[in-house]
Design a protein around this ligand. Structure first.
Ligand SMILES: [Zn+2]
Ligand SMILES: [Zn+2]
Length: 243
């Protein structure tokens, strides 16, 4: 009781002298909101028309969802990729804070965006495994956590779907892909992943989770490794999408 009162007083003291600030716009906000209401409402969500396979939103907002030119001509190993919002503005800043500035508590808020995704929802319970895109151990050591695993953890917990984060591994890492074009990205990730415990994946349905979908090279390479190991189907769900 006394302990609880002490904690309440401590909270009030901290709020008074160190008010919580929104991690995106830095304006004062209530302690429960790490991202303020204004910033949350400024997240640009992805909507139709999109490519039915890779999920890229089309620039023209007229017409129905259809297959994009890239999906028509390239070999994709996943059936459907969807993202919650555009990788820009508020969402980009929040992901940046989460990933590079180690604001790991943002995972809860970002995970909630994935859990509450309504535009073209996944039947999360239908997957045998949720698999986060793995980081190479060198990268993991540097960052201290895998952002994709944090997000996958929230989705898995909410829908009671097992998260397997040990079987798919990144065995090679050539450095950041940030400034590379599509072809270079594909080359960069070729042979970079390996699947262990293959037996448990035979004929299973897998949902890959990551924070950002950029060219799709990484998720496609992971989907390829899974499919070649006998996985029945692979879908992809990311928090954001660069277009
Ligand atoms: Zn804000
Ligand atoms: Zn497409």
């Amino acid at each position: 009781m006394l302990q609880g009162l002490r904690l309440m007083l401590l909270d009030a003291f901290l709020d008074f002298f160190f008010p919580t600030r929104c991690f995106v716009c830095r304006k004062e906000t209530v302690p429960t909101e790490k991202i303020c209401k204004t910033c949350s409402s400024n997240i640009k969500y992805i909507s139709s028309p999109i490519c039915i396979q890779c999920g890229i939103p089309f620039l023209s907002k007229i017409g129905r969802d259809h297959l994009c030119g890239a999906c028509l001509t390239s070999k994709l190993y996943f059936s459907k990729a969807r993202a919650v919002g555009y990788y820009e503005g508020v969402l980009q800043e929040a992901i940046h804070q989460f990933k590079y500035n180690k604001k790991t508590f943002l995972a809860k808020h970002l995970g909630a965006l994935m859990i509450n995704y309504e535009f073209d929802p996944f039947d999360f319970k239908s997957y045998d495994f949720i698999v986060p895109i793995p980081l190479h151990f060198k990268r993991l050591r540097e960052r201290g956590f895998n952002q994709a695993l944090s997000l996958a953890g929230y989705v898995g917990k909410r829908y009671d779907t097992p998260v397997d984060f040990t079987s798919l591994r990144r065995i090679r890492w050539e450095g950041p892909q940030i400034n590379l074009g599509k072809i270079a990205r594909e080359r960069n990730v070729k042979g970079a992943f390996a699947l262990y415990n293959k037996n448990r994946f035979t004929d299973k349905d897998v949902l890959l989770i990551d924070d950002v979908y950029t060219s799709g090279a990484t998720v496609n390479e992971c989907a390829k490794v899974l499919k070649k190991a006998g996985v029945a189907s692979v879908d992809v769900f990311t928090l954001s999408r660069a277009v």
